[in-house]
Design a protein around this ligand. Structure first.
Ligand SMILES: [Zn+2]
Length: 220
């Protein structure tokens, strides 16, 4: 079974690429965005405690806590399928924690796929992006237009332009990303598993590059 880590800055389209893979292959998509809330709702004792002691006081859980929850979280996914971890390690300090969790479940990263954009491209993509406030679907007039203007294809809600998609905020985010990602890239490059994909071509072209470079076990 293959284990991949996908990452890229906002606008690089990594989530769209994961969706395209899921259309063709039976793969587990594993992200941490919902992890804490879902585990708390399911009354996982550790998550409940972290929530009470940290999140409710406005403190972000530390890596130790996050990856202790992640160790429980990954057990929800089928070990007999390929896994795509979406931005599960995005800072160099998180890498050893992720390694440890994967080791415990008998897996290791086969490839780390980093979708890259130049600052100019990031600006063009994000500045015109429309986001669904209800289901988080994203659309773009040039790269991924919605079927009916201003209406989410997925759930029918009115689309919005986010405050942090204004050019000034995008520039600032781009610079922050470029700084923090460098040591992360170096680590995976050193291991020989980093695959960088230029995210400026069309969704279909990028999808082809992804398929050429990755292997998936179970077709749909
Ligand atoms: Zn929607």
């Amino acid at each position: 079974m293959k284990t991949y880590l996908f990452h890229g800055q906002a606008g690089a389209g990594k989530d769209t690429q994961v969706e395209k893979i899921l259309e063709k292959f039976d793969v587990e998509r594993i992200a941490t965005g919902e992890m804490m809330r879902r585990m708390k709702e399911d009354k996982d004792p550790y998550a409940v405690r972290v929530f009470r002691e940290k999140v409710e006081k406005g403190i972000w859980p530390n890596p130790e806590e996050t990856y202790t929850m992640f160790e429980t979280w990954v057990k929800r996914f089928d070990p007999n399928k390929d896994w795509i971890l979406v931005s599960v390690a995005r800072y160099p300090e998180q890498i050893p924690y992720l390694d440890k969790v994967l080791e415990k479940v008998g897996r290791k990263l086969d490839k780390v796929v980093h979708f890259t954009l130049t600052e100019e491209e990031a600006l063009e993509r994000l500045a015109n992006r429309k986001v669904c406030p209800k289901c988080q679907g994203t659309f773009h007039p040039k790269f991924k237009p919605e079927r009916v203007e201003g209406i989410c294809d997925l759930c029918g809600s009115n689309l919005e332009v986010r405050e942090d998609d204004k050019p000034e905020s995008i520039k600032k985010r781009f610079e922050q990303y470029a700084q923090t990602i460098e040591p992360w890239r170096e680590e995976y490059k050193k291991r020989g598993i980093l695959l960088e994909i230029d995210a400026s071509p069309s969704i279909e072209e990028i999808h082809e590059v992804v398929l050429k470079n990755l292997e998936f076990t179970n077709g749909r």
